[in-house]
Design a protein around this ligand. Structure first.
Ligand code: FBP
Ligand code: MG
Length: 402
């Protein structure tokens, strides 16, 4: 049976600030999805959040980029914004809904989308991820490890079905170009690209032996859509597991090391990606309440839910980072947080200037008026006196410059 799994996520308001999703918004979304399940538009669904981002996980038979499915997600985000987020004045109500009108596809309107149409195998384990205060390229390193690093994934060496390796589809989000590269043959080229996660994003991965699709990651860049800073592009992704694909444990293993990602406070800082447990899961309501973003609006966090798909129905989820085996990773992430925070506004904790382009820093820096160095050296004493007396509030005239 061919099933499409669609994850569409948006930040439509935070409680408080950018810390968390209002639980009422999750309930609203789950209620709407339940109605659509009854009407037969979708087979099954689950709603969850990480920080201020709500994901709608839906299964159906309509294929990728279907206007009814995208339209459903768009109307849920819109209605929840109007009925809840704006009413209780959540922070940034409707933040990710960058355009006013929906014209058949939610891509390019602000929300993140990860969709995969698949032929359900006799048993279909599915692992979904969502991260807050970071960007889609944050999945580059762990996904490379899962599908190309035998020191992470034993199956690459041991399992004949995986031994030929995987084909990586890498998107250059600035140029709108796609690279198709195979691991292990082109590993160094893959790494050459994905080591720049703000630009090159591993979007889909296929098993080389039969080109079965194994993963998909969302790739929307909000800043590029809006042309201004609108928060980071907190990403979602999914990976199929087992039986000739990486085992669930090989997928999770790649997140045990809290690597440094871009995002965090004001989308302008580097910090460790902490694998985090959910707060609660309500199987009946089909809602999982995810972690809050606290210290310096973070640190960046990733959650992982595991399902078994059966005829399009989602059995689960299991909170996959809810295991003492990940306590050490969390502890390590907390230590890295403490260490790197001491650098305050200094790189490499703060992002480099190219990455600050869409933040409000250029606005601040454009107000400063530097003096040409030759001119300054000629009249240094006068300049120094001028600036000092300005600072002490005494009006003097200094040398003029443009
Ligand atoms: O100027 P504002 O509206 O307070 O925005 C600053 C906010 O931007 C953010 O980077 C937005 O985070 P999100 O991308 O998760 O919405 C927060 O870290 C920070 O609080
Ligand atoms: Mg967010």
């Amino acid at each position: 049976m061919k099933v499409t799994v669609s994850i569409i996520k948006a930040d439509i308001g935070g409680l408080p600030g950018h810390a968390w999703v209002h639980p009422k918004i999750l309930e609203f979304a789950a209620d709407r999805l339940r109605e659509e399940q009854k009407r037969g538009l979708i087979i099954d669904y689950f709603v969850y959040n990480v920080g201020d981002d709500m994901s709608l996980l839906m299964t159906h038979t309509k294929g990728e980029n279907n206007p009814d499915i995208h339209g459903l997600a768009w109307s849920i985000f819109k209605e929840a914004t109007e009925n809840i987020a704006k009413k209780v004045k959540l922070y940034g109500a409707g933040q990710d809904l960058l355009k006013d009108t929906f014209s058949g596809n939610i891509r390019g309107l602000g929300p993140q989308v990860a969709e995969m149409e698949l032929e359900e195998r006799p048993s279909e384990p599915l692992v979904v991820f969502a991260a807050d205060k970071t960007e889609p390229g944050a999945f580059n390193l762990p996904f490379y490890r899962i599908f190309a690093d035998p020191f992470n994934t034993a199956g690459l060496v041991i399992d004949p079905a995986m031994h030929q390796g995987f084909r990586f589809e890498i998107l250059d989000v600035y140029e709108g170009k796609v690279y198709l590269l195979d691991a292990p043959e082109n590993s160094y080229d893959i790494l050459g690209l994905i080591g720049t996660p703000g630009r090159y994003i591993i979007r889909r991965i296929y098993r080389k032996a039969d080109l079965i699709q194994a993963s998909v990651t969302s790739v929307e860049r909000l800043n590029l859509i809006a042309g201004r800073y609108v928060g980071k592009d907190d990403p979602v992704a999914m990976v199929r597991a087992q039986h000739g694909l990486p085992a669930v444990g090989e997928i999770l293993e790649a997140f045990a090391y809290p690597h440094l990602v871009e995002g965090w406070m004001r989308g302008s800082h580097v910090g460790p990606l902490m694998p985090t447990k959910m707060i609660s899961i309500d199987q009946e309501k089909k809602i999982a309440l995810g972690p809050k973003m606290t210290r310096f609006d973070g640190p960046p966090k990733v959650i992982s839910l595991g399902f078994q798909l059966h005829d399009g129905y989602l059995e689960g989820p299991v909170d996959l980072f809810d295991d003492p085996a990940f306590d050490y990773s969390r502890q390590l992430a907390a230590q890295i947080t403490d260490y790197i925070r001491r650098m305050g506004p200094v790189m490499p904790h703060r992002l480099p200037p190219e990455e600050m382009e869409y933040t409000t820093l250029p606005q601040i820096l454009s107000k400063l008026k530097p003096i040409p160095v030759d001119e300054y050296e000629k009249n240094r004493l006068q300049y120094i006196q001028f600036v000092t007396s300005q600072a002490s509030g005494q009006a003097t005239t200094g040398p003029s410059h443009d």
